[in-house]
Each structure stands twice: as C-alpha cells, then as structure tokens.
Design a protein around this ligand. Structure first.
Ligand code: NDP
Ligand code: 2IT
Length: 443
C-alpha cells in the first residue's frame, strides 16, 4: 500500500475535506503493516475501495420559519460501506458541517460498527441546519422537510440513521413521524426512538456509559478502577452527560464540563442534576451553572476543561477539541488515560504525543461504539417486535465494550506490553470489513 500516494490523491481531488483526510490517514497508518503482510488486500484494492463511499446523497431542505420567511439548508446522507450490514450511523445538525465532515464521520463509522460485532455497515448524514435558537415548530418543520427527501433512500434493511450532534429524541420523533406518514409503515427505520414507539432502553445513555465501561477495562488492566478518580469531561450533550453519570455511579468525581461557548470547573464535583436541567430541559448554556454553584468557575475558553487536574479525560464534544498543548498539560498534571467519547476529538499530533508518552489513548471508534451498539440492539428488538429490559440491554452493552477492549488489546499490544488502542481498533475493524468485501466479489 502506498499511503502517501493515496493521501496525496485524496487531497488533490478535494483539498477542503481535511477532516476526512485526517481520519483516513490515521486508519492507513495503523493498518499498513497488516495490509502489506496480506497481499490479498492489495490484490483486491481494498483501500482504494473502502475510502470511496458507495454513494453520496445531497439534497435541498426548504422550510418555513416562524417569521414566514423561507429558509433553505443542505441535506446529506453518505452511504459509505455495506459490507457487513445495512448502512448505519447518525445524523448531525450543525452549522459548521460540510461534505468532508460527513465523509470523515461515515468512514469512521464503518470500522466502529464492525467492532461492535453486530451486522451494521457505515453511514452518516445530516445538515448545516442550526437547531440553536429555533422554536419547536421550526425544528419540526425542518425535520419533516428533511425526511420528505431522505425517506426514499433509507429503510430498516437499507440504511438506518440515528442521532448525533444536534439530533436527539425530539428530532428523531419528528423525523420518524414524517417517515411513517409517507411510507405508511411502522418500522425500525431510525434508532434512538422513544421508549413507547420502538425505542430501546439505555440507548440514550449508551454512548456515555460505553465510554466509561471501556475505560473501566483500561483501568482494570492497570490494576485500578474509578473509585476516587478525578475525571475531566468536555461537552454537556448526550454523550458527556451520561458519561458523567456513569463515572459518578462508579465512585469517580467529574470536575469539568463545557459547551461550544465555554467551560466550567467544579472541584467539588459536577452537580449533574443541575447540568441536566440546564442542557436537557431548558436547552440553556453551561455558563448558567455558576449562577447556582458559586464555587465553580466559568471560562469562556472551552479548552480550559483540560487545565483541570485529573486522572482520566473524556473528550465528549466534537472533533479536534483536544490539541497537543492540551495533551501535554493533561500528562503533566497526571492524567493516565484519555477515551474519546466524541468522534476524533484528539488532534493527530496530540494522539502521537500520547502514544509516545505511553498514556492510555482509546480512540472514538472503540470508546464511543456503545451508542451504535445499542442502536444495533434496538434494530434487533424491532425485528423481533419486543423490548428487552434495561438490565438486559445494559448487560449486552457491557459485554460488547469488553469485547471491543479485548480486540484492541489483541491487535494493539506492543512487544513492551504497551497497548496501542488506536492501532488495535483500526486493525480489528479493518480486517473484518476487508475480508467481507473480498467475500462479496468486485462490487
Ligand atoms: P449533543 O448535540 O448532544 O452535544 C454536543 C456537545 O458538544 C454540546 O455540549 C455542544 O455544545 C458541544 N459542541 C458541539 N459542537 C461543538 C463545537 N464545534 N465546539 C465545541 N463544542 C461543541 O451531541 P452528542 O453528545 O450526541 O455528540 C457529541 C460527540 O459524540 C460528537 O462527536 C458525536 O459525533 C459523538 N458521538 C455521539 C453518539 C451518540 O449516540 N449521540 C455516538 C457516538 C459518538 P453546545 O451546546 O454549545 O452546542
Ligand atoms: O457516531 C455515532 O456512532 C453515532 N452518532 C451513533 C450512530 C447510531 O447509529 O446510533
């Protein structure tokens, strides 16, 4: 495999897709050795095929604002790879997204989904719509317009979207309602559904819980656990909140959280009920936290979460939010392990630094796979037309995270005993997908 030629070619064709190139480079770096040891991969041109999506769907989303002014947004769905199952992956609504963002997320999703052990291919989509400051009715009209085009491309055996940044239970509800109205079928076309209309217990919590479960395995491997540990978490959305909940349940103290405007540090331990009220109920800003908790500090620099002294860091907000400087500070302050609750939150130079320092570095495709794993379990429950109990789903999630941890150790352990989880996750995910692609012939 000639990694440099492949990357140069990608950059030349679409120089603006920097996040996608970043994700591809990381995977190619990790798999180079196993790829070159198995000539069948080169013979089948697996890398050239796997970095190109099966198809990209782009569409117009017109919707009417409350002020009777027409708005138009761009919609995307990337059906990246279906070697091991129907396309599966979230929808992101955020003003900063571009095609390159969705290509990076869809590419990552292929290998993440493979790691779960469940039959799901990789996909991703969304829009540059910004839900912030919009009324419920505006969000509903946008979601309906979005689904009025998307419905023809998806289906329970074809492509099953879910939530991501800016897409939670409310948006999934509006999109599901519109899909059902158009196709006149009640079927599991989306995951993250409400509990009374086909959703799974623990889906809401799954990504955050899963991130903590895999970190628990890292800690166990290093002879310790979460009891008494200080944990820095970024973000205050779905992933961050439920990661914090599980850390606290296991005896750790969460000392920081953030949003896109700034960060809070609360050395006494974050009051999670307060964060839930501000972010989940009132859809407010994290800044409001210090209006109730006087001893906590707010900073308008969201990277200040990484200045807190901690044993464990869980970046759970967005891509490239933890840079080399942050990584150096974390290590200097005694942080032993970083697990990516978000997708690609740690910049490449920071990842390399952490690996050099032999700090624990669990990449997103392993650490945040719990979300899509429980989505996969939601699909299973929908197929069987039944609902498992919270304990049943949680037990399966724990088992899946344990299996992912084992796969990382199997493929990432170096001769000196250090486990490179980045390599382990990439190799394990890649081998599964690549071998399936070979089985299916040249398609
Ligand atoms: P939410 O929309 O619920 O929360 C996102 C959080 O990140 C918010 O606190 C938000 O702040 C902050 N944020 C968003 N964009 C930025 C930005 N550009 N800079 C700084 N902060 C930002 O999303 P999720 O919690 O669902 O997703 C968080 C991460 O986890 C993403 O990387 C996502 O891809 C990943 N992920 C999500 C899964 C899921 O099941 N939901 C599964 C696996 C991964 P604000 O409130 O100001 O917007
Ligand atoms: O990045 C992700 O894995 C998600 N946003 C969840 C995808 C899903 O289909 O549940």
């Amino acid at each position: 495999m000639n990694t440099n030629t492949i990357l140069e070619d990608l950059r030349k064709k679409a120089p603006q897709e920097v996040e996608f190139h970043q994700a591809v480079e990381e995977v190619l770096e990790s798999i180079e050795q196993v790829y070159n040891e198995n000539p069948k991969f080169e013979a089948h041109k697996i890398v050239e095929r796997v970095i190109m999506p099966d198809r990209i769907i782009m569409f117009r989303i017109p919707w009417m604002g409350d002020d009777d002014v027409i708005n138009v947004n761009q919609g995307y769905r990337i059906e990246f790879n279906s070697a091991i199952g129907p396309y599966k992956g979230g929808l992101r609504f955020h003003p900063d997204v571009s095609l390159g963002t969705f290509k990076f997320l869809g590419f990552e999703q292929i290998f993440k989904n493979a790691l779960t052990g469940l039959p799901m291919g990789g996909g991703k989509g969304g829009s540059d719509f910004d839900p912030k400051g919009k009324s419920d009715n505006e969000v509903m009209r946008f979601c309906q317009s979005f689904m009025t085009e998307l419905y023809r491309h998806i289906g329970p055996e074809t492509d099953v979207p879910a939530g991501d940044i800016g897409v939670g239970a409310r948006e999934i509800g509006y999109m599901y309602g519109q899909y059902k109205r158009i196709v006149n079928r009640f079927e599991g076309v989306l995951t993250g559904k409400g509990l009374s209309w086909g959703g799974s217990w623990i889906r809401k919590e799954a990504t955050g819980y899963g991130t903590v479960y895999i970190t628990q395995h890292w800690l166990k491997l290093h002879g310790t656990d979460f009891t008494g540990k200080k944990v820095a978490i970024s973000g205050s959305g779905n992933v961050a909140i439920y990661a914090a909940e599980k850390v606290m349940e296991l005896g750790g103290t969460v000392v920081t959280m953030s949003d896109s405007n700034g960060s809070i540090i609360d050395e006494e331990g974050i009051d999670l009920d307060l964060v839930k009220r501000i972010k989940e109920v009132e859809r407010g800003r994290i800044k409001e936290y210090v209006e109730t908790r006087y001893n906590a500090k707010y900073s308008s620099n969201r990277n200040d979460v990484w200045t807190a002294k901690c044993d464990v860091a869980l970046p759970c907000a967005t891509q490239n939010e933890l840079n080399l400087e942050d990584a150096k500070l974390l290590v200097a302050n005694g942080c032993k392990v970083i697990a990516e609750g978000a997708n690609m939150p740690v910049t490449p130079d920071a990842v390399h630094y952490l690996l050099e320092q032999k700090t624990g570095m669990i990449p997103g495709k392993a650490a945040n796979a719990g979300g899509v794993a429980v989505s996969g379990l939601e699909m299973t429950q929908n197929s069987m037309k039944l609902q498992w109990t919270p304990n049943e789903v949680d037990a399966k999630l724990m088992q899946i995270m344990e299996n992912i941890h084992e796969a990382c150790v199997k493929y990432g352990k170096r001769e000196d005993g250090y486990v490179d989880y980045v390599k382990g996750a990439n190799v394990a995910g890649f081998l599964k997908v690549a071998n399936c692609m070979i089985d299916h012939g040249l398609i």
